[in-house]
Design a protein around this ligand. Structure first.
Ligand code: HEC
Length: 134
């Protein structure tokens, strides 16, 4: 009986650990979308491809909503703000793209960059195998 209890305890512990790992994995998925999409956005703005650039800006906005929700759930206020401001910058870029103002769109998109850097400084840790949330 004692053995079963210990086993059950370990199973619960493992399940809990997996749950946390799952959400961090999700988070890394968002960043793996954001990195390349941000590059693509800048390229498409430079190429004045309104359709592709608009889609990139929308995708970035949507993904930062998920990032914002992640930090909201953790109660990390500064990270919530970084995510919010980055999303707002991409929303502004989307508007400028829609209006055909590509110079302004580039400025808007670059404005998001300060939030990438700010949040990475505060909450990203480099490890031997990649990055970790801190
Ligand atoms: C609210 C905080 C926050 C913001 C804002 C943010 N990041 Fe991140 N980013 C992180 C954290 C934490 C990690 C480390 C965990 C991970 O790798 O996902 C990370 C990791 C990354 C990675 C590495 C992904 C990997 O593991 O291979 C890339 C690329 C990246 N971010 C790009 C960006 C870009 C580009 C922006 C801005 C447009 C941005 N991030 C904005 C928090 C943020």
């Amino acid at each position: 009986m004692k053995k079963i209890c210990v086993l059950l305890g370990i199973t619960t512990l493992l399940a809990t650990a997996a749950l946390f790992a799952q959400s961090d994995m999700d988070y890394q998925g968002y960043m793996k979308v954001i990195g390349p999409t941000n590059g693509s956005l800048q390229k498409n703005i430079a190429g004045k491809d309104a359709k592709a650039a608009g889609a990139d800006a929308q995708k970035l906005q949507d993904t930062f909503k998920m990032v914002e929700a992640y930090w909201q759930a953790k109660g990390t206020a500064d990270a919530v703000n970084f995510a919010k401001n980055a999303g707002a910058a991409f929303a502004a870029a989307g508007k400028s793209i829609g209006a055909g103002n590509f110079d302004q769109a580039l400025t808007d998109a670059k404005g998001a960059g300060a939030n990438c850097g700010g949040c990475h400084m505060a909450h990203r840790e480099k490890t031997d195998t990649g990055f970790k949330i801190k």
